[in-house]
Write a protein that binds this ligand. Structure first.
Ligand code: AMP
Ligand code: GLY
Length: 422
């Protein structure tokens, strides 16, 4: 079977590597892929948001199955269009992808179905929102309604910061139309846990839990990024917490979406905060997380392609989703300056013996050589029996990889390891 993966980052590289383990995956294409993915799949120069071209390519190439990985094409209806062309897909249709595409939608869904989340108010009038933040409790959290490249959330500790956040999103339109409406919500505290779950709209099978490290600097300082590293499993996700999440969050969410006529099939990402009052939903994503996927999929022992097709065909209940009992750590090597400005075009040297641990994100091929082309350049994933070993091995491997201006955090996994030590 010919498979098409839409997207071109580290997450897609991890998905493609795993899909390749199944002998039925005779050929894999990536739209657009990247310089590193090119070793594992045929990269096609079509952007992930160029839905008409993706559909045209899939039809002409006789693609038998498509995996749509990033949020943008999912929210824009890439799955709907591919399905119309007769191509079965992994990923939600647009009417279900809205769970990530609109924070107003997801907050209202949680309220309606009693799923624990921070209390909130929605505003589409900037002056009313400004009035609200002049009296609401602080800190407060201001969120643009729509997709904003993961940057649409501002935690305001002072009135001034809250007012600036409202103005920049609603008046200056920092995130364009994504800021036509905003959610202003209660500030919650506690460790964060990411749980990705396969769901076919009827049943839900959570994957191993993970922990992202979103800030650019050591000790969770500096600017928010797309994620500087991950570990799995997340020690804050205990068996008791997992049970509570299943009963109060995962199953109710799947059922709520079904009741709304928006059956969700694909990977649903639960961004959770474990507060003193129990687990709360911080956000939903309609897709695999990046870089969570780079630690979760290497621990998956069952076959990814079989699980994905079972999800599409609503046979997930009878399909095994088994994870190893070990641990994984993914360390992101970025270009110095990320997430602001950085130089690119530097040659990347990766010893062949560690290539299978590297998931490439922002790199392209120039005269046959891999060069940096983005902020997050690559992720190094190590798996081991224990988290301590996985973390040590990820750092050791990163030490063997070299490119000019390489930057990475030095404390990925530190918080998880201290929690384990109790
Ligand atoms: P999001 O894009 O919704 O994941 O938000 C980005 C980050 O902002 C989250 O990972 C949290 O660290 C933080 N955050 C979002 N909502 C809240 C909240 N209600 N209280 C505290 N922190 C939050
Ligand atoms: N790692 C967070 C995300 O994928 O949105």
């Amino acid at each position: 079977m010919k498979i098409l993966v839409v997207g071109g980052g580290g997450r897609e590289h991890a998905i493609i590597r795993k899909l390749k383990e199944n002998p039925k995956a005779e050929k894999i294409y990536a739209c657009p892929g990247n310089g590193g993915i090119a070793r594992d799949a045929e990269c096609v120069d079509i952007g992930a948001k160029d839905i008409p071209k993706i559909v045209e390519f899939a039809k002409s190439e006789g693609i038998g199955y498509a995996v749509v990985a990033p949020d943008d094409p999912l929210v824009l209806g890439c799955v709907d269009e591919l399905e119309k062309a007769g191509i079965p897909c992994f990923g939600p249709r647009a009417n279900a992808a809205i769970i990530e595409g609109s924070k107003v939608f997801s907050k209202n869904l949680m309220k309606k179905y009693g799923i624990p989340t921070a209390s909130y108010e929605v505003f589409s009038d900037a002056d009313k929102a400004l009035e609200h933040v002049r009296t609401c409790p602080l800190p407060t959290v201001v969120k643009a309604d729509g997709l904003a490249l993961g940057k649409g959330v501002i935690i305001a500790f002072t009135r001034e910061e809250a007012e600036d956040a409202v103005r920049s999103i609603m008046k200056d339109k920092k995130f364009g139309k994504s800021g036509d409406s905003i959610v202003i919500e209660e500030f919650l505290e506690g460790p964060e846990v990411s749980v990705l779950a396969f769901t076919d709209g009827k049943c839900v099978k959570p994957m191993v839990s993970s922990m992202d490290h979103k800030r650019a600097g050591d000790g969770d300082t500096g600017l928010n990024t797309g994620g500087m590293g991950t570990v799995a499993p997340n020690p804050f996700y205990t068996e008791d917490v997992a049970r509570e999440c299943m009963d109060r969050i995962f199953i109710p969410t799947i059922e709520a979406m079904k009741k709304e006529g928006r059956e969700f099939r694909g990977c649903l990402y639960f961004g959770l905060m474990i507060t003193k009052k129990g687990p709360y939903v911080i956000e939903y994503n309609c897709r695999f997380g990046d870089p969570e996927t780079q630690v979760v999929l290497p621990l998956l022992e069952s076959d990814l392609l079989d699980i994905m097709t079972a999800t599409t065909e609503q046979r997930l209940e009878e399909t095994e989703v088994r994870f190893s009992t070990g641990a994984a750590c993914c360390l992101i090597m970025a270009s110095k300056g990320y997430p602001l400005s950085y130089e690119k075009g530097f040659e990347i040297n990766i010893p062949e013996c560690v290539m299978d641990r590297v998931y490439v994100a922002g790199a392209s091929l120039k005269d046959g050589r891999l060069v940096t082309s983005g902020g997050r350049v690559l992720g190094v994933t190590a798996t081991a029996d224990t988290l301590g070993e996985a973390v040590a091995e990820a750092y050791e491997t990163a030490g063997l990889i070299d490119f000019e201006n390489a930057y990475y955090r030095h404390d990925i996994g530190k918080r998880a390891l201290s929690a384990l030590e109790g």
